[in-house]
Design a protein around this ligand. Sequence first.
Ligand SMILES: O=C(O)[C@H](O)[C@@H](O)[C@H](O)[C@H](O)COP(=O)(O)O
Length: 224
Amino acid sequence: MKDLIEYPDADMMMLDLANTIAGSLEMNLQTHETASLCVPGGTTPGPIFDSLCAADLDWARVTIMLSDERWVPESSPRSNTALLMHRLCVGRAAAAKIAPLYMQTDTPEDALDELIEGLKPALPISVLLLGMGADMHTASLFPGADQLDAALRDDAPALMAMRAPGAPEPRITLTAPVLAGAMETHIVIIGDEKREALERAKHLSPQAAPVSVVLPKATVHWAP
Ligand SMILES: O=C(O)[C@H](O)[C@@H](O)[C@H](O)[C@H](O)COP(=O)(O)O
């Protein structure tokens, strides 16, 4: 990995990371007309979003997208889109464009083509924030997932549907080439279990530890 930053506590990490991301977006907007920000769902990033949404940026030039989504409607407590809309795309950040990762179709496969078209103008990702599971998955690239091998290929489409034993519903996920192609990558993890998983991931194949595809370029942010 590029760097590992250890924080004394999670609150401090979330604030600091929100500032880092806002600073990177600002830098990008100084030299480019537009910038893109990709963020994870799950239980970790909410407090980062709470600070980041207030950043003084020209948000109208920023496109925000998720790294992955569970195939559930926005009314579900498991919807990452709902988390994004309620915690990040509010306040100043409400002016940002959104490249959606969900449509109301029965399966993610039915929506793939249209969602990929919507993402393309925002690629490559300017600033990528990812979470990680203790099983070393990131985005919805889970060890043992049905389409993992295809999603790890250099020529994978930007988005793929994914079903995995560790995931209760079908998922849609950015694939390895899109994640690895981001201009700047941050991974946020809390606790000893994930820290140990991260250390293991360094020595494992992407099939066993999918997070390893982004590790070489990633700054990892860790708090106990
Ligand atoms: O939709 C998701 O679940 C995520 O995008 C996923 O990749 C997440 O980042 C990790 O599973 C960590 O999740 P926690 O932050 O909840 O531990």
